[in-house]
Structure formats: C-alpha cells, structure tokens
Design a protein around this ligand. Structure first.
Ligand code: SAM
Length: 261
C-alpha cells in the first residue's frame, strides 16, 4: 500500500536516484562498520547502505514505516529496525556502546534539537552525514562575524569539524520541501578545540548572549558576568556576540563558572 507522507514527522522522501547514489558514495559505507540511520522512511538510502554489508541499525518514529521496513529487510541479517523517537533515544544503548557512524535525511522540523541530542554521543561516533535545510547547514558551518554565526555554529564546532558537502534541490524529494537542502559531514574532534571545564556554563553564556544578539555583551550578560571581569579576560563588553569566537565564549564560560562556585 502507498504510504501517505506525514507532515508532523517531517516526511519528505528522497526520490532522485542520482542524489541517493551521490550521498551513499560520499558516505562510502564498508562491510565492517556499524551505521545508525535516523529516519530511514521508505528506505531510499537504506537499500544501498544495506547492500554494502555494513551492520545497520534503523531508527524510525513512524510505526507504519517501521513495520514495513521490518518486513522488507527481514532476510537481511545485517539490518535491525528500532521504532522510537530519536530525540529520546540513548544512542549508546542502541548501538551496544560500540563506535558507529550516523546518517540521516533528518526531519527538518526537529533538526536543531536533534543535532544537540546526537552531539552528546560524540565520543562514540566516527562521523555523521546529514541532509538538512541548507540554511541550517550554513549556520552550522558559519564563521564568527556574520549573521549566520550563533549558538548552533558554536555547539557544532565545539564538538565537530563541520564540512558542507553539496546542495540538494527540492525536486529530489516527494513531497518537495519548500526549501533548499544540503548534505553536511560532521567529524567529532578527538580533543575539543578549546578547553571548557563546565559545559553547562558554556551553554548558558552562549544561549543568553544570542537570545538578544543585537545587544552588547555588557547588556545581554549583565545578570551573569560583570563588564570588568570581561575586560580583565581581554573581551570587549561593548562587543556583540556574533563577533566572538569559540575561544572567547570558552573564556566567558570560565568566568561564569568561577562565579557560580
Ligand atoms: N530517509 C528517508 C529518505 O531519505 O527518503 C526519509 C527522510 S524524511 C525527511 C525523515 C524521516 O525521519 C521520516 O521517515 C520520519 O518518519 C522520520 N522521523 C521523523 N521524526 C523522527 C524522530 N523523532 N525519530 C526518528 N525518526 C523520525
């Protein structure tokens, strides 16, 4: 039976076989690897991934699609289907604590919380390849100083090297999304590029600074950090958050952490 795409699950299925081949060639799956696919849907990427001989764990929220996948891949002993919400999943449990590669044409309506969720398992993940809205990929890969630099760029780049790979037009999907898409590769850093003692302080400072991105740091961080302390750390309290890089936010989180102790 034909599946009707469910908007609430962000279902835009890939139908362009040349785009599917390009994505899978870029991922280059190998037989000895464990790959977790988020949102396999109608299995456009899943079939070629499974054909590589890699061990596949499929995580799908839509029960109808999950049951169809279970039937379709019943004869493949390298494929396991799990039904559930990726936002609530313990990925270490799903993969038995083994190192894995993560792939997914992600549901665009939850892409940012999903990225934050998966980054928690960075130490277990070899690499990630995602299809996302192009605008989101631009923010993930942005550099300080521009309009797209913000919380998402800082969080992704603290954990990973971010490489935008190629764009995918709406015509490659059914139903066609209203926006351009892009493929991005994330490779977790073996060691973080800056030292952050308390990640929660970092998240707090970044979240607060960018919640009012037109305000100066002096104003937006007033309730957390004194302007004098910023100056002593070499940070201009009159600066706007988009001009600061990872290293400066690490310094600010260090000040906050020392205050809260
Ligand atoms: N991989 C397929 C493709 O490329 O054609 C489908 C991609 S579609 C954009 C997103 C898929 O993610 C859908 O199958 C949807 O049901 C599934 N999905 C949506 N939210 C999810 C969640 N929270 N956890 C797991 N899967 C989810």
């Amino acid at each position: 039976m034909q599946h009707r795409a469910r908007k609430r699950f962000g279902q835009n299925f890939l139908t362009d076989s040349s785009v599917v081949s390009r994505i899978v060639n870029t991922i280059a799956p190998m037989a000895d690897q464990l790959i977790l696919e988020i949102g396999p849907g109608q299995a456009a990427l899943t079939w070629p991934l499974a054909d590589s001989g890699a061990e596949l764990v499929l995580l799908e929220i839509d029960r109808d699609l999950a049951s169809r996948l279970t039937t379709q891949f019943a004869a493949r002993d390298n494929v396991r289907v799990c039904t559930g919400d990726a936002l609530k999943m313990d990925f270490a449990e799903l993969t038995g604590g083994r190192a894995f590669r993560l792939v997914g044409n992600l549901p665009y309506n939850i892409s940012t919380p999903l990225l934050f969720h998966v980054l928690q398992w960075g130490t277990l993940i070899d690499d990630m390849h995602f299809m996302l809205q192009k605008e989101v990929v631009n923010r993930m890969a942005a550099s300080p100083g521009g309009k797209t630099w913000g919380r998402l760029s800082l969080m992704c780049q603290y954990h990973c090297a971010v490489t935008p790979l190629f764009d995918v037009p709406p015509s490659a999907f059914s139903p066609a999304p209203k926006v351009e898409s892009a493929i991005v590769r994330l490779v977790p850093h073996p060691r973080p590029p800056v030292q952050i003692e308390d990640f929660r302080s970092f998240e707090k400072v970044v979240g607060q600074a960018f919640s009012q991105r037109r305000k100066t740091l002096r104003n937006s961080l007033r309730s957390m950090i004194d302007a004098a302390d910023m100056e002593s750390a070499g940070i201009d309290p009159g600066a706007r958050p988009e001009t600061l890089g990872l290293a400066e936010f690490a310094l600010l989180s260090g000040i906050l952490e020392s205050k809260e102790q």
